[in-house]
Design a protein around this ligand. Structure first.
Ligand code: PRT
Ligand code: ZN
Length: 285
């Protein structure tokens, strides 16, 4: 049977968002992750539930066809996989941090230091590019405590809000990688699996386009219509329907979530009333 084997994190920061994305694609599957594998009910995909660190290796070795993993883990573990899609969740950065009282003067200040990290490969590439030589201490967890226990003078770790660094008396001084979850595949993935991947990607694109957009409805006096239409680019051009009240129309369009508030203000200023903004579930462009 032709099935796409998709590796996802079994339990951790990527798991819920990975499975939610699959659900939003209209794919249903057993909800209890008790086993290593599960088959979707209505789409030819089989999930392999793994530790995130193992996902790049399993995809590279053909155990899984595709995987969802953070760029940080991908770049640390493998450089021979294709990023098929940036997924926009689990955003974080890999940064270098030093004790708050360290007199940091740029990357040259790292010369000769001991730096603790779980990302020796990404860190050493960064240091090499910067022409800095430092001692890298690989540790697998709780990197942020390394300076206070005397193991290292600096750390290179994942940062999200920054509060872990602050509560350990550290300051973030260099961002060396911006990360988010990505869908990865072997470059030579072919045949039925590549076709199923294309179908999955089509659905992911529709979900992402919809999540980034809102459906907007508003009423406006006819004399303001041209000005309002200029403000609403829409997918092609806005739909305009006459209202029962003479001289008024209803306008329907799609706006990007990102410029949503800016457009709303401009619409109100142009005479729009009764503005409704509605989520879109799927959007095929
Ligand atoms: O068990 P398994 O190996 O599968 O999971 P894991 O424990 O190795 O990884 P997990 O679930 O913690 O993280 C999975 C992925 O989520 C990471 O590889 C990143 O791509 C992404 N991600 C996003 C994060 C964070 N945000 C994050 N904040 N990974 C880790 N952190 C940790 C960080 O290590 C540090 O200890 O959170 C702390 C910093 O958070 P702030 O908010 O205080 O800055
Ligand atoms: Zn891990």
């Amino acid at each position: 049977m032709n099935t796409l084997k998709l590796a996802v994190q079994k339990s951790g920061r990527l798991s819920d968002s990975s499975l939610n994305l699959i659900k939003e694609c209209g794919i249903t599957f057993p909800t209890r992750i008790a086993k290593l594998k599960a088959q979707a009910f209505n789409f030819p995909v089989e999930f392999l539930y793994l530790r995130d660190d193992d996902i790049p290796g399993y995809v590279a070795d053909d155990v899984a066809d595709v995987g969802i993993v953070g760029k940080n883990v991908l770049f640390e573990k493998s450089d021979n996989l294709d990023i098929i899609k940036n997924l926009g969740f689990s955003k974080c950065r890999l940064s270098i941090a030093v004790p708050r009282d360290f007199n940091y003067q740029g990357v040259k200040s790292l010369q000769g230091l001991n730096i603790a990290t779980s990302y020796p490969r990404i860190l050493s590439e960064f240091l090499k590019k910067q022409g800095v030589t430092a001692e890298i201490h690989e540790i697998s967890g709780s990197v942020e405590i390394a300076p206070s226990i005397g193991l290292a003078e600096a750390v290179c770790d994942i940062v999200s809000t920054g509060s872990t660094l602050v509560s350990n008396g550290l300051s973030e001084v260099e961002v060396i990688l911006r990360s988010e979850a990505v869908l990865v595949a072997r470059p030579d993935l072919a045949g039925p699996q590549r076709e199923i991947l294309e179908q999955l990607l089509f659905r992911i694109n529709a979900v992402q386009a919809a999540n980034n957009s809102k459906y907007i409805l508003l009423n406006a006096p006819n004399e303001s219509l041209n000005k309002i239409i200029d403000l609403l680019p829409g997918m092609r051009s806005p739909t305009v329907l006459p209202l029962a009240q003479q001289g008024w129309s209803s306008l329907h369009s799609v706006v990007k979530e990102d410029d949503f508030w800016e457009v709303i203000e401009k619409l109100r200023a142009a005479g729009a009333e009764g503005i409704l903004v509605i989520p879109i579930e799927k959007m095929i462009l």
